[in-house]
Design a binder for this molecule. Structure first.
Ligand SMILES: *Cc1c(COP(=O)(O)O)cnc(C)c1O
Length: 412
């Protein structure tokens, strides 16, 4: 296959892609191929006007009345339901609040307390660091033990030691390699031995067709600033299945999770339902721009978004095989084992990413040797997937990745 063949295939795929029309809903700069939506999603056009309205009118004019009149108070659960629709959760099970790290703390403590006689918390050995740190912290606090396994080892471990396991807490996609784990099988295996299961959906929400309710998942958390395009630092979401809500007891007993916040009682009584996942005052500006951004998904199903994402990563993998045969691919070739990114391995991965950025192809670097390229189907085209591979070929041919000007900033 030549570059021209790949470009022809891309044009056909873009023409037939039901998700391609969403691109106009995003404000992306000209000349940029943005492959980092797995780290910070692109800006939905609607966000700017909403941010201006929240600052000028809602805050500037309506002031404190906005908690009632502009729906600020209900925003965490109202927007939670919208995210619920994208991750397959019926209304009343998702709240948008705090950071993913804080929601992990709530889930880990509440779930472990629901299994007081079980010693172990099982987590993914290659998890994003915050997930590992919090599992260790909660095990320490509640006098339990963490077992770090690769997700494919979890089912076998549960077969041997399942009766000791309180919670299996794993990410649905490996943030480095982009490998997607088998959520239904691990969920069933955990529940089969009486453990609870919690999924970190940071790299799945807005990209994969997760279907939490269909798979009877117990608990989940996830970011909104990645594939949900909520903007920098937008608050995280917490999912607690209805059947667990009244026994979901996390220790962050803040007033907004109280049954009657405005009774101003001097003792904490948790709210019934998902409201008990709330803690303190939410970041309203960020919440409401997130809400506006979710409109970008209107009119498409997550099955369509997922199919478009697989088509994009599939075409990119073919382009890599064709144009970059010497480059190692960390992401599994099988579609069902792929998240929404393709990770390449290169000894000068940081230089490769920096050189690609100079050519207008934005991805990111992850230790130790990963070039990570995210394919957010709502705004990345097949044509761009091919041009990214062409740009990478040019970088390597010219040795641009070896240029000593590339120095690491704090954020890679
Ligand atoms: C991005 C990411 C996080 C981020 O946590 P914050 O508290 O929102 O900074 C956590 N876990 C995983 C798996 C992630 O990919």
């Amino acid at each position: 296959m030549t570059v021209e063949d790949l470009r022809r295939r891309a044009a056909e795929a873009d023409a037939a892609n039901p998700v391609a029309g969403l691109r106009d809903r995003f404000a992306l700069p000209d000349g940029i191929i943005y492959l980092d939506g797995n780290s910070l999603g692109a800006q939905p056009r609607a966000a700017e006007a909403v941010a201006a309205d929240v600052v000028r009118r809602q805050w500037g004019t309506d002031l404190i009345r906005s908690w009632n009149d502009n729906g600020w108070w209900e925003a965490p659960v109202r927007i939670g339901d919208r995210i619920g629709a994208l991750v397959g959760a019926a209304p009343g099970q998702v709240v948008v609040t705090d950071s993913t790290s804080v929601n992990l703390f709530k889930v880990l403590t509440a779930a472990t307390r629901l299994r007081p006689d079980r010693r172990l918390i099982v987590t993914d050995v290659a998890s994003f660091p915050t997930d590992l740190y919090l599992a260790d912290a909660v095990a320490d606090l509640l006098d339990r033990e963490v077992v770090r396994l690769s997700p494919p080892e979890v089912v076998g471990f549960l077969g041997e030691c399942g009766e000791d396991v309180a919670l299996v807490a794993v990410s649905s996609v490996d943030y480095r390699t982009g490998e997607a784990w088998d959520l239904p099988t691990i969920t069933r295996a955990a529940q089969g031995v009486g453990a609870l299961v919690s999924w970190d959906l940071c790299h799945a929400a807005g990209a994969l067709d997760v279907r939490l309710d269909d798979h009877e998942v117990d608990l989940a958390v996830g970011c909104t600033y990645k594939y949900l395009n909520g903007g920098p630092g937008s608050p995280s979401f917490l999912y607690v299945a209805t059947r667990h809500q009244d026994r979901f007891e996390h220790p962050l007993s803040g007033w907004q999770g109280h049954a009657e916040p405005f009774a101003m009682a001097d003792r904490y009584t948790p709210a019934l339902g998902i409201d008990r996942g709330r803690v303190g005052s939410p970041p309203v500006l960020s919440l409401l721009t997130l809400e506006a951004g979710l409109d970008a998904f209107d009119g498409v199903t997550m099955a369509e978004v997922r199919a478009a994402s697989l088509s994009l990563t599939g075409l990119f993998l073919d382009a890599v095989a064709e144009l970059l045969p010497e480059v190692a691919v960390a992401t599994p070739p099988e579609p069902e084992r792929r998240g929404s990114q393709v990770s390449l391995r290169h000894p000068d991965a940081f230089g490769v990413v920096a050189a690609l950025i100079e050519r207008g192809v934005i991805g990111d670097f992850r230790e130790p040797d990963i070039v990570r390229l995210g394919f957010a189907a709502p705004y990345v085209s097949h044509a761009e997937a091919v041009e990214a591979a062409v740009a990478l070929r040019a970088v390597l041919d010219a040795g641009e990745h070896l240029d000593p000007r590339h120095v690491r900033g704090t954020v890679t």
